[in-house]
Design a binder for this molecule. Sequence first.
Ligand code: BTN
Length: 258
Amino acid sequence: MNLFPRAEVPAHVESLIGREIFRFDTVESTNDTAKELLGDRAREGTVIVAERQVSGRGRHGRAWASPPGGLYCSIVLTPDPRHVQLLNLVSGMPVVKALRHWSVLATLKWPNDVVFRDRKIGGILCEGVHRHDTFYVVAGIGVNTNVPLDRLPAEAGGGATSLKAETGTEVSNDEFLEYMLREYEKVYKASQSGARNVLARDYMALCTTIRQRVEVATPEGKVRGTAIEVTPLGALVLVDDSGVRTEVADGSVTPLRE
Ligand code: BTN
């Protein structure tokens, strides 16, 4: 790990998110680096960015391929613990917005997979940490911006893609990050305010899981039904054939093609 990262103060000095950015060449995982720096060095809004990760982590204990070319960052947050589940969901929205700005019409798969034509192009790993009497969330974001397809895993369910593979052009990771952080600031503030109903509605507009028949593998078992909405607390609501309504807090969604 580079122990002496360059700390930058961005042009948008009034911004909370990205008020300070630590850049590294190589880390194990930007989430782990953020956790090491929590407190005096990494306050709310601090962002850790790396050119590559050697042990990038995904949801449910999976690995996240992190070769050079991709965007790997973690944002330090101190949210109200009651709104963490919604924050976890809406953390994918800034990635979708930025990809759309660069001409890739990405969508979200609940809870926060960023996909383009059924292929994964970005992902979110939010982790809660208690440190020095403060509750932090480290929101890790990985985006396959300029990653060649042969460096991405051929996962089950369609595999992965990158912005470069879809558009044929490279994007500046710095410009992409700046755009995405400005969008993140909007969703973060909304998730901590009284605007959570509106935010959940905006999330649903970007999420293709809504109105689909799905099976969700949860820690408590599998649930099937039609996904009808996301609550302002961030749960996915399923209705089965008998009209029974179930709220699911976390899990992996598989669309049912019956
Ligand atoms: C997923 O979809 O499974 C989540 C992927 C999250 C990857 C990002 S890359 C930056 C941050 N550091 C990590 O180790 N993971 C997240």
